[in-house]
Ligand binder design. Structure first.
Ligand SMILES: Cc1cc2nc3c(=O)[nH]c(=O)nc-3n(C[C@H](O)[C@H](O)[C@H](O)COP(=O)(O)O)c2cc1C
Length: 189
């Protein structure tokens, strides 16, 4: 069981978003917690169809693999979703996934309640803050604990493998990740 789940919304094989999540995972593990990086790559995530069957069945009934990701998050204490910026907003699949997770949590055992974390946006030039705002909406409505850093969780990168060049972005993400781990440890004290 991983204590912190990191979920990438990128479809790319050599994804900047996944690279950033690897940095997050390293910082969290330095603080004594286990991590697991999951990805929506290769998946076809459907939007919530408002069937409400999760209330009765305990998980999402759409068969695209998201129910397995939800099961992993259900066991965790921390959750960090990250996405590339597409046309100034989050890639559609990650928002569809977050909305379905929220619906399942609220309709069942509220597993997102007190989940510690926050979103990350990776883009070439513009839209990262709006992307964060979109993803941020999922946290408070699900009684989750949104963690800060010394800047917003945004990273600038275009071509594959270039996210490491954004030194300020990486430092922001490192502090955020350390804060996530420290807060989980404090809550457990
Ligand atoms: C369809 C599409 C739309 C994009 N729109 C934006 C955008 O609005 N703003 C931006 O800064 N970058 C934009 N990008 C660039 C990606 O966000 C950037 O390449 C990012 O590093 C991709 O992350 P990944 O490697 O994890 O997929 C776009 C890329 C694609 C494919």
């Amino acid at each position: 069981m991983a204590e912190v789940i990191l979920l990438s919304g990128s479809p790319r094989k050599n994804s900047n978003t996944v690279d950033i999540l690897k940095t997050c995972a390293e910082e969290i593990e330095k603080n004594g917690l286990s991590t697991k990086i999951l990805s929506l790559r290769g998946m076809k995530i459907q939007s919530c169809i408002a069937c409400n069957k999760c209330v009765e069945k305990g998980n999402c009934v759409l068969k695209d693999g998201l129910d397995e990701i939800i099961d992993e998050i259900r066991q965790a204490d921390g959750f960090i979703p990250a996405t590339p910026v597409y046309f100034g907003t989050a890639r559609g699949d990650i928002m569809a996934a977050l909305q379905r997770m929220g619906k399942v949590s609220r309709g069942t055992d509220q597993f997102l309640s007190w989940m510690v974390g926050g979103p990350i946006a990776v883009g070439r030039r513009g839209g990262q803050t709006l992307t964060l705002q979109e993803m941020n909406m999922v946290f408070p409505i699900n009684n989750m604990i949104l963690v800060g850093s010394n800047y917003w969780n945004i990273v600038f990168a275009l071509e594959e493998g270039t996210s490491g060049k954004d030194e300020e972005g990486i430092n922001t993400i490192k502090l955020f990740s350390e804060n996530v781990a420290k807060l989980i440890n404090k809550i457990r004290d």
